[in-house]
Design a binder for this molecule. Sequence first.
Ligand SMILES: [Mg+2]
Length: 247
Amino acid sequence: MDTQAQPVAPDFQSVKFIYFDLDDTLIDHKTAQDRALVDVWTQYPELQQVEPLVLASQYAESNRRLWEAYRKNEVSQSELRRLRFEETFRRLGIGSLDWREMDRVYLDCYSRHWDWIPGAREALVRISKQFPTGIMTNGFIFVQKKKFEYFSLNRYTRNLIISEEVGHLKPDPRIFSFAAEKTGLQPGELLYVGDSYSSDIVGGSRSGWKTAWYQPDGNDGGRDPENNLADLVFSGFAELLKIFQTP
Ligand SMILES: [Mg+2]
């Protein structure tokens, strides 16, 4: 008798189309951002009065806060790109660096560190043979379109949706309904796979979609994985594939 624990298959029978989040779900954005900031650090002696990881963590904190302000329409895209450097430098006591140059050098370094999340490409290839798929991402058009091209995402997916094109960021229900309309399906027939509880899981669930929460380190702000809106919580893409395996 097989006594091994079996994965609890959620009710995904109704799913006819699967949308994926991009950053930190399919593509490892956090590592690319950290490595890009270390690259920038090595090029500017002015930055070297602090440790590279201190620079990276202060930038990440400012960037996260400014993205939240951008989502609420409190700052524009160009203000976000200026302030994430100006605020980081001010907080670390670093002066005399031009944010435009930092922005250009950073984005160039960032794109050189792009890579898949482990197992994500294989999962996307396999799932896209079984279901029509799409990408829905909060991001800037000029950056995200380069990622679509770099990772050849149009080979696997039908719909590539960027918040800047839609004019609303996740978890706003308007970007979810825009994505749903593109499929011609009902919300309950759509699955969203993403790593952010507040943007992806809350946004998807409130729009009536099925949701799968990618939680590789089991830690998204200390939220209890047993007590959440997601239909599935998974820590690696092999687990997601198991759900769709025909018995
Ligand atoms: Mg994400």
